[in-house]
Design a protein around this ligand. Structure first.
Ligand code: NOJ
Length: 516
């Protein structure tokens, strides 16, 4: 295992979309002070780390993933001092905060881009990737054309208003494609190191890195991008050895090689993550099939070889809400899985109360179909859900209009709520190293149609069997020469008799193996 801060061993993350968490100044948009105010709520849930979506100055064409000033908190969220206070208060509670770092592109309103669009050569001419002529587009990439005095097309990364920063090409094959070690590409890399150093010096604990695998272009096997991140890691190791990096890459073998501590399994790419939670027949719905997911997971797990953590999130700001597909006991079962897998768990704000996807919303700030997963946090049963001191008509995104929408206050008071189940599961995870981030996993059953997901989690002498059985059928496993202790069960309890453990359909359990 690469050097990494101690706290990652039992980190459970909570992802916060700052716009929608808590608004303490009544403008209908969440802010940093609102997050600081709710730290005890997050800590009480058992989460001890935060991933904060982008909070930097931006024209908000993509909810802040279009940065116009890397060094400044967007005024609607507060000030840099407010953010420093959030870091300090989190640390007092034994918590850590990762910022969202977007190194691949900026907003087209970023002053660097304004300079880069000029016909005359200047410091930022090579900050972005331009072809030599407006009539030539970069093959395989989208582009911005016809908006500058400069003659050229500029590569974009995501939306057209997000021009791609220049980290060079792994294999340049056109005159305008600069190598990775060219002056312009190195200047971009150094500028980004400076940004990281700035926030780390202010007290943040590291970064979730947006589109981390996409920086170097024409880089089919990601060799260039991996080398670039290795260089960034060396820089951090020298100056900020405690800085944590998690990548939005979705290929743990590559990202971990690049020096990331953790990578996400995502709703896109090869992970089969959606088979579990978000498809026509998700595994946790009871009729799905998890076998392809397990196959892919094991492949990544072997390649990562204990050098880093593979993180399976409950959701995030880019995918529809878990509760759109899975509710009630099935949601508890999904959390029993998420909170008993290796790697650091990531809970998307509101998933702990089963917040729903709000259907049919008009897109807000480039959210499009993602907007329904970004609605204001539902803190209580009041008309405005306790999200803001201002009127609900001004909310950044409309509230879930359902009168029966879940809320945190009621769930905190209800021992059977999803929130309290999540809290219980985090507690069990943190009390048992085998269930924790670094415990090993061996699958006993791969969740093929009609079958449960069953796996041993182990650490030292501790061995725990986890069975998640959303299917109808009971599942029985031989348990020869061993007895056990039930650490957790959801629904009807499993039965242990004559060396066999029987787990009824529609239930889940954690069974600690005790050798006689
Ligand atoms: C991934 C982010 O999660 C998403 O919200 C954003 O739109 C794109 N990257 C572009 O930065």
């Amino acid at each position: 295992m690469r050097n990494r801060p101690e706290w990652l061993s039992n980190a459970v993350f909570y992802e916060i979309y700052p716009q929608s968490f808590l608004d303490t100044d009544g403008d209908g948009i969440g802010n940093i002070n609102g997050i600081t105010e709710k730290l005890p709520y997050i800590r009480n849930l058992g989460c001890n780390a935060i991933w904060l979506n982008p909070c930097f100055d931006s024209p908000f064409g993509d909810a802040g993933y279009d940065v116009s000033d890397y060094y400044k908190v967007a005024p609607r969220y507060g000030t840099n001092e407010d953010l420093a206070t959030l870091f300090a208060e989190a640390h007092k509670l034994g918590m850590h905060v990762l910022l969202d770092f977007v190194p691949g592109h900026t907003s087209w309103k970023h002053p660097w881009f304004t300079e880069s669009m000029k016909a005359s050569t200047n410091e930022f001419t090579d900050r972005y990737i331009w072809t030599d002529s407006v009539w030539e587009e970069a093959p395989g990439y989208g582009s911005l054309r016809g908006i500058s005095d400069r003659d050229g097309s500029c590569i974009v990364n995501f939306f057209t208003h997000q021009p791609a920063l220049n980290y060079g090409f792994y294999k340049p094959d056109r005159p305008w494609q600069q190598p990775m070690d060219s002056e312009g590409a190195m200047a971009t890399r150094n500028a980004m190191k400076d940004v990281m150093a700035f926030w780390l010096s202010l007290g943040c604990d590291g970064f979730r890195v947006d589109m981390a695998g996409s920086l170097v272009k024409n880089d089919e096997d990601s060799k260039g991008t991996i080398a670039l991140w290795q260089d960034v890691r060396s820089f951090l190791d020298e100056r900020f050895p405690e800085a944590v990096l998690v990548s939005e890459w979705g290929e743990p073998d590559k990202s971990i090689e690049g020096g990331f501590h953790m990578d996400f399994l995502l709703h896109f790419g090869p992970s089969h993550y959606n088979d579990l939670f978000r498809c026509e027949k998700p595994f946790f719905g009871g009729e799905g099939d998890a076998a392809a997911f397990v196959g892919k997971y094991l492949e990544s797990y072997r390649k990562a070889a204990g050098r880093g953590l593979i993180c399976i999130p409950s959701g995030n700001h880019d995918m529809d809400r878990l509760a759109r597909h899975i509710r009630g006991d099935r949601a508890k079962m999904a959390f029993a899985f998420l909170l008993s897998m290796p790697g650091a768990p990531f809970l998307y704000y509101g998933d702990e109360i089963g917040m729903r996807y709000v259907e049919n919303l008009t897109s807000v700030e480039g959210g499009y179909g993602r907007t329904g997963s970004r609605s204001p946090m539902q803190w209580d049963a009041s008309e405005g859900a306790g999200f803001s001191t201002g009127p609900k008509e001004n909310y950044y995104i409309p509230l879930d209009p359902d009168s029966g929408r879940p809320n945190a206050a009621e769930q905190l008071a209800d021992g059977d709520s999803l929130l309290n189940e999540v809290k219980k599961l985090i507690g069990i995870r943190q009390a048992h190293k085998a269930l924790g981030n670094d415990g090993a996993i061996t699958f006993v059953c791969d969740g093929a149609k009609g079958k449960p997901l069953a796996y041993f989690r182990t650490s030292g002498d501790e061995k725990i069997l986890v069975v998640i059985n959303p299917a109808k059928e009971e599942w029985t496993v031989p348990f020869e020469g061993a007895t056990g202790e039930l650490l957790y069960s959801l629904g009807e309890q499993p039965v242990y008799a004559a060396g066999r453990l029987s787990v009824p359909g529609g239930t889940a359990c954690f069974w600690e193996v005790m050798h006689e």
